[in-house]
Ligand binder design. Structure first.
Ligand SMILES: N[C@@H](CCC(=O)N[C@@H](CS)C(=O)NCC(=O)O)C(=O)O
Length: 249
């Protein structure tokens, strides 16, 4: 993909969990039509110099608004909540809300779907692909020494992603983290009468929890909430909202 000269763009990867969250955020604010959705070819576009300059992590999503690049889904949430609409409505700076968001962001759901699920699983082919991707980043450093600092950030993200995909203990860790997050979510929903927060206010935490549940249901296990009726009922409510339907249905 060549560099795009447009003022309002969402760079994303279709189906990726944080891309989904960015799309849900735009739909929640009702501003999705003001942005051009640009899918990236991962492993190519996301490590190209023009993208690394905007987002040195080489991850999606990145939002460009009025020509300014905003990487990271939470930065995007803050930006659009504060720039669009009469007043912010998603509590993106509230400490209780952020603590929920961070807990959910820390569970690397990719590991649960594409990680090393058993000690004996053969991940050699995957290791080879990841090694090739690492080499591409190193080649880009040699070709663009002026971006060395940015590419080193990308390399650390790449290495972290490699661990998530090929290390069995990392898989087990994230599996256990998800289970305890579900336990905690059930307790909160029960205590707060079906809401995430004690004040029952809807926030960016609902966007993350819903987006991540949607991703898990679509990519990992459609019955993941079968024995979690309280979460199931929360999810059904959230996924019947107009913003969710606009984003994914
Ligand atoms: N903290 C970032 C995480 C973004 C992230 O992990 N993006 C993943 C897709 S869901 C990605 O770009 N992975 C591709 C890669 O790193 O090569 C956010 O919230 O936006």
């Amino acid at each position: 993909m060549s560099q795009v000269f447009s003022d309002n763009i969402l760079y994303y990867s279709p189906g990726s969990v944080f891309s989904n969250i960015a799309i849900l955020l735009l739909c929640e604010k009702g501003i999705q039509d003001q942005f051009e959705f640009r899918p990236l070819q991962m492993r190519v576009d996301n490590i190209a110099p023009w993208y690394i300059q905007m987002n040195p992590k080489g991850q999606v999503p990145t939002l460009v608004h009025a020509g300014k690049a905003i990487p990271d889904s939470l930065n995007i949430a803050r930006h659009i909540d504060e720039c669009f609409g009469l007043s912010p409505v998603l509590s993106t700076r509230d400490a209780n809300v952020l603590s929920i968001v961070e807990k959910w962001r820390q569970v690397r759901v990719l590991s649960l779907v594409a990680g090393k699920k058993t000690e004996t699983q053969d991940v050699d082919a995957l290791k080879g692909t990841l090694q090739e991707s690492r080499q591409s980043v190193i080649r880009n450093i040699e070709e663009h020494p002026e971006l060395e600092e940015q590419y080193k950030i990308r390399l650390s993200i790449h290495d972290d992603r490699t661990k998530i995909l090929i290390d069995h203990d990392t898989y087990l860790l994230h599996k256990a983290s998800l289970a305890s997050l579900f336990d905690e979510l059930e307790i909160n929903l029960q205590e707060n009468n079906g809401h995430l927060l004690p004040n029952k206010i809807r926030s960016v935490a609902d966007i993350y929890v819903t987006g991540i549940l949607y991703w898990l249901i679509s990519k990992l296990d459609k019955d993941i909430l079968k024995y979690r009726p309280i979460i199931q009922s929360y999810y059904l409510k959230q996924s019947s909202r107009p913003s969710f339907i606009r984003a994914f249905v």
